[in-house]
Write a protein that binds this ligand. Structure first.
Ligand SMILES: *Cc1c(COP(=O)(O)O)cnc(C)c1O
Length: 225
């Protein structure tokens, strides 16, 4: 039987190898475990194995899980799903980092002057389909400027999902160019959130600093409904 602990160790071993072959320090890469659709017991088990970065993609699920896990006060909660404008305040309340800021209207909805700064990333759409989440690469710097101007948001970098119909390396190369332009807005915005179960080695080769890994660690997700 493959256990959670052995899958986590195997993924961490692969991350270390990919970092080494890219000439990078694995210690500078944050491995986030995506637990969407899984029960809180799984999050608790991951915490017991030393995981301190968890990601969710739906506001209600994030809020419910945090409500049941208030004792895990050293966990960072990453929000990686599309944020509806009317849910922005609820996401802000529960998330440590929001990876999926993709429009100025959402920047305004997330900004809460006077509150502690919230870490956010500009989500880049690497496909030609405008219906997918993220801003077009050409719009990334402008959105980054809007974030930099928002009093209670801290621009950290960029996030993307590789398109299904393209080799991930090519997509991550475009993302690296976007990341450079966003660093032109704020040199401290150095995070690149990229790489999932199937493509994290390529993402590491192209500079990813934050990996969002689900099924390779958790096993298959329970049915969504
Ligand atoms: C679900 C999800 C992941 C993890 O995907 P896996 O293929 O299970 O590793 C990463 N990023 C986002 C935005 C997701 O929604």
């Amino acid at each position: 039987m493959t256990t959670l602990a052995s899958r986590l160790a195997a993924v961490d071993g692969s991350i270390a190898r990919a970092a080494r072959s890219a000439g990078r320090d694995a210690g500078a890469i944050t491995r986030i475990v995506v637990t969407k659709f899984h029960p809180v017991a799984l999050v608790r088990a991951l915490h017991g194995l030393g995981v301190r970065d968890i990601a969710e993609n739906r506001q209600q699920e994030l809020t419910a899980k945090r409500g049941e896990l208030t004792d895990l006060d050293d966990m960072s909660w990453h929000f990686v799903g599309q944020v509806q404008t009317k849910k922005a305040r609820a996401v802000r309340r529960e998330a440590t980092v929001v990876h999926s800021v993709d429009r100025e209207k959402l920047v305004r909805a997330l900004d809460e002057p006077g509150a502690d700064p919230l870490d956010v990333l500009v989500q880049i759409n690497l496909t030609d389909d405008p219906a997918r989440g993220g801003v077009a690469p050409a719009e990334a710097a402008r959105l980054a400027e809007a974030i930099a101007d928002a009093e209670s948001l801290r621009l950290r970098g960029v996030m993307a999902v590789a398109p299904l119909d393209e080799h991930p390396a090519a997509a991550f190369e475009r993302l690296a160019h976007c990341a450079e332009r966003v660093r032109g807005v704020d040199p401290a915005a150095t995070w690149i959130s990229a790489g999932m179960s199937q493509d994290f080695a390529e993402a590491i080769a192209h500079g990813a600093t934050h990996l969002r890994i689900g099924t390779a660690i958790t096993g298959p997700r329970p049915s969504q409904d």
